[in-house]
Design a protein around this ligand. Structure first.
Ligand code: MTE
Length: 335
């Protein structure tokens, strides 16, 4: 997002695992007994939030994870083909692990997502420091395929495994003073070597208005493509807000704060003229340096091996579900 002149899609198609090979690998993992582990463990779990003695549901990074398929958000229902696993996990923005698209995958080993706790504070009845296993319940995990649109005008389709953010927020019981929810990523330069360079003000910060956070589309993701979330994609817990540019989807969250005032966000702090608080996908409002009317589809190449382009949809195609949130707002002013 900072001005850099790198090829938009540096991964050659020959380096991408064909889907058949990938699916076969998944089938082998399942046959070895990893598939469905989370759901099988679900009945063993205790009360979840507020019950620190419960068993951990989370298999290790790279192991299979499953969730209840949400029929509204399957690839078939959306008429889309999910982007290959190897692309979703090697073409990333995660500046704490490097600013190149391949860096987060290369430096993923620095991050240690287990154990992991999340501090909850601010205008909330149940503040505290929660182990991830207390905050995320296995039986709440859903399998949802979402379109993902980066502000850099490229897109993917990602099959996430995650818990609706509204479920977690409701259990934490925000008070009537909570108008926004603010998130922070881990700050630890040993685990996140990119934090040794001041490319952004660390820790990475993001925020949503409360009604955006409570919208059923907002997801706290813990996995993708049927596996526990890889480190480069924001392990062990990251936000996914599919109608907003990808940078709102903050990774490796360690703090959730409920606030009365609009919180600061990293990209808005870095360059407020280019990145607003709302950051809704909007083909009619250009970024000051490029158009947002179209997007390159990562993984779908033309005859010359370059990603094909497709028109960008208002609210990234989720207009029906979210347009009401912004009724009466001028989306050029609140970009
Ligand atoms: N979260 C943190 N902590 N640091 C980052 O650099 N990059 C954002 C977002 N969340 C980023 C982050 C941007 S610009 C994008 S496009 C998405 O993560 C990329 O998510 P993905 O790697 O899962 O595709």
């Amino acid at each position: 997002m900072i001005i850099r002149h790198r090829p938009l899609h540096p991964i050659r198609s020959s380096e991408i695992t064909p889907k058949s090979v990938f699916d076969n690998r998944r089938a082998i993992l399942r046959a070895m007994g990893f598939g469905g582990m989370a759901m099988a463990m679900a009945p063993l779990l205790g009360a979840g939030l507020g019950n620190p003695a419960q068993a951990a549901w989370r298999p290790e990074t790279g192991k299979a994870l499953s969730g209840t398929v949400n029929p509204k958000y399957t690839a078939k229902a959306l008429g889309v083909e999910p982007t290959a696993y190897d692309l979703v996990t090697t073409y990333n923005n995660f500046y704490e692990l490097g600013t190149g698209k391949g860096d987060p995958h290369e430096n993923a080993g620095f991050l240690k997502p287990t154990p992991w706790s999340i501090k909850v504070e601010g205008a909330v009845e149940k503040p505290g420091t929660y182990d991830i296993d207390d905050l995320i319940k296995a039986e709440d995990i859903e399998d949802r395929v979402y379109r993902f649109r980066c502000v850099e005008a490229w897109s993917m389709v990602i099959p996430w495994l995650g818990v609706p953010l509204s479920k977690v927020i409701s259990r934490l019981k925000p008070t009537s003073k909570a108008k926004y929810v603010y998130f922070e990523t881990l700050f630890d330069p040993n685990q996140m070597p990119g934090q040794n360079r001041q490319v952004l003000e660390w820790p990475y910060k993001e925020g949503l208005r409360m009604d955006e956070a409570m919208n059923p589309l907002s997801l706290l993701a813990v996995g993708l493509h049927g596996e526990v979330l890889p480190n480069q994609n924001g392990a062990p817990l990251r936000l996914v807000v599919p109608w907003k540019y990808g940078f709102k989807s903050i990774k490796s969250i360690v703090l959730i704060r409920f606030t009365e005032k609009q919180p600061p966000t990293s990209w808005n702090e870095a360059n407020g003229r280019e990145y607003g608080f709302y950051s809704n996908v909007n083909p009619n409002v250009s970024h000051p340096r490029w158009s947002q009317a179209a997007e390159k589809v990562i993984g779908q190449n033309n005859l010359f091996g370059l990603p094909i382009k497709q028109p960008t949809l208002m609210f990234n195609g989720y207009e029906e579900e979210v347009a009401d949130l912004y009724a009466g707002m001028n989306l050029r002013t609140f970009y």
